[in-house]
Design a protein around this ligand. Sequence first.
Ligand SMILES: [Zn+2]
Length: 404
Amino acid sequence: MNLLRRHPIALGLILLVMLSALTQVPPLVDVASGAPPPDADLVRPVLYTLFAPIENVLDALTFLSRDRALTCVGVWTSALAVYGLLRRGTPRRRLVTAVLGPAAFLLLCVSAVLLPRPVPALVATDSTLTVIDYHAHTARSHDGRRGWTLMDLADWHADQGFGASYVTDHRVPFAGGVEDPIRLLPGVELSVYDQHVVVLGDVAPIDPGPFGRDTRAMLGLFGELHRQGAIGLASLPEYWVHHWDDLDAFVAAGVDGFEIVNCSPRGLAFPTPARTRVLRLAGARDLLVVGASDNHGWGKVTCVWNLSSPSAHGFGANRVLARPIAVAQGDWQAWTAAYTQPWLMFTSLSWSERSSWITWILVILIYRAVPRRGGDPTGIGILARSLSLKILKLKRLPGAPSAP
Ligand SMILES: [Zn+2]
């Protein structure tokens, strides 16, 4: 009881790690069925599992939709500032804590975007399947990270288990030709009349002007792509509301498939009922459905992979595998993000990650529980001092003259 009063945060965290195991979800799901894929695994490097608490938090911060990210940052920085102000201590010390808490949280957010770290990789057991990404950007896109080269993009994908990726910069076609460390395939992304179209194949630069008049003109783009020997996918997650009533017209105009998961902050907000409707339509019309990292050079982890089968066509040619925490973004109100995001993170932990969390919490708890003498600062010095005191006691054997 005394321990609970002195260390409520540590014990609360242990309780959360244990309780969330009761509603554990798999680390990876096939988006069409909602079940874990039988032929693919998410493999975490040893260092990732060792530092699971920090790695899991950085992943959870990466997989926030835009509105949820804004509320999460707002609520947590405010809460940490208030916590700092309400602590015991001098006004100066309280003020310092009230500033350092929010600053540490913001540093975590920046780390999620920039910090190099070990990342999980998808490994497929069937070697005939290609782990592929259909939509990613380099610095040649106006909103791509400066200096983010084709090689950076290829390395980013290779680290996460991809064997191939289309390069789809905005309006700037990529012709392909890169084979190492992974295959980079030709493509481009076109934005016409509020619709993003991911083009797969080697095409000449296309002037979007004539296709931007209205919906009918926009739909003519698919015919033009077919004339050039390419295929066109409608990227729905980011701006799905714009053409939500036109999906049947897309099919009639020859769309080759739909993007149903997109890891960009806007794309993550695509709700499950909308995704289900597209999956049903694509299944009935035998069209491709894909997931996209939509990487622009920021963030270290993807929320989605595809398993592409060379022997199949249409709907059966590709399976979308995603992290459940990312797929759930569109199903939770933005204002709940400060507590639903940690909960989503905890429920999708593997047992090895849970063990890592509990070990770290216990190590910190034991360290903090070492009795301190008045005036001792917190730090490793307490352990050293208690050790040297013991050595002194050992030296003073019974019968030895006591110190003057
Ligand atoms: Zn894009």
